[in-house]
Design a protein around this ligand. Sequence first.
Ligand code: PNW
Length: 484
Amino acid sequence: MRALVLVFVISALTLTCSAKQFPAGFKFGAATAAYQVEGAWNVSDKTPSIWDIYTHDKPHKILDGSNGDIACDSYHLWETDIQLAKDLGLHFYRFSLSWTRLLPNGFANKISEDGVRYYNNLIDGLLANGIEPMVTLFHWDLPQNLQDLGGMTNPLVAEWFGDYSRVAYTLFGDRVQTWSTFNEPVIICDAAYETGDLAPGIVSPGIGNYICAKNLMVAHATAYRIYDEEFRAKFNGKVGIVNNHVWYAPYSSEHEDLTFLARQLGFLYSHPIYSESGGWPPSIESFIAEKSEKEGYVTSRLPGFTSEEIEFIKGTADYYGINYYTSRLVLAARANSTLTWPTNGQVDLQVELVPDASWTAGVEWLVSNPPGLRAQLNLIKEQFGDWEIIITENGFSTASDELDDVTRTQYYKDHLEQVLLAITEDDVNVTGYTAWSLIDNFEWNSGYTSRFGIVRVDFSDPLRSRTPRASAHYYADVIKHHSL
Ligand code: PNW
């Protein structure tokens, strides 16, 4: 009898354990981006990006008037960062290349030796420690000289970006297996051009953002096809794009149609790639076309694709990259509602996006709603089918730099639980999870006031000393046991 009870207890224990177990082969990583961590903004032959110029010219746009001139000094402290990643047990480290560090002219006619050396060191150092590099080509820091030529609103950006991607694949493709082209098109185009609050600081709501959107889609596809045609046979890696998604739920039943539209707008940069038909989400394309016509425009403010462009862009991804942080309730904009983050849909759809009172608040826009992540993963599958999904960012901000970061640790725990449910209960093909961020860094408009690191960085210390927080220890434990 006693033996029987023991068997029962043991099998119950294994059951509960395995229920919290991530699938074999599931990978855990952490992320950063070049402008936010590297510093060394004018070292060697590096030229300014739009973020160098924007923060220098308009410090009042940054909460603490700061910039990324030094940031975490990862340009010099890359070995420390690798050690942190190793101590955490990370399977991969997601970072971005600074376009102007590699190509000082923005064009591919000149490659910086120091830039190449820096990224080679980082990539080789990671691999030597058993950590896979996952490389983002574009995390917002466009070369300023290309901005002077129109930047993302010049259709030639697709060629410039394609040439840049070819240089990166040629230099690093033998060691980098997972690439992403653009990090968060919705921020690069919509948030930036609708408000002017992000570099390049141009305010052109409803126009600039859509021109950017079309060019970005073509640029992405150009870079994907270059990999496909010139490098895949040799290197056999993966190329994708990273979209930020906010989970949208209706404020009340009367706002369901609007919520549908908000979700479709959220797929503006996915539908052309991942849907079977390709092109813009039809409901959004017709919505903006009709609105443009009423406003007296000859053509839609959202530039259309030719049928060749639709085919060119369709299917250009080997995985679906999603950054998820937060959720919003959707309602029709009330009088005197103002533009706030996330801005998506506020200009054309006239929506207002509000957090539910029960969601826990972080800094500014970041409220925590873990089930939103599971719901969004399911929505992606429902909309586009069974793509491999990599969660390329998820994380929580605090205003304090405390080491015992209880709220951040809870955020990770709650969200990882939802990822596991999406995999085990809903059969969504999620293969990786990335914490944002490995280290505190320059948080764009919030400067250094908003902290996302599972590792604290002391920005008053010239050595930028790094100390793992409680959340880092928690995450290391999850990775070590491959379970929650
Ligand atoms: C991401 N939202 O931006 C970026 O990829 C990172 O560079 C950034 O540091 C991180 O998230 C934290 O902000 C986002 O409004 C900006 O939902 C806005 C939203 C989400 C992500």
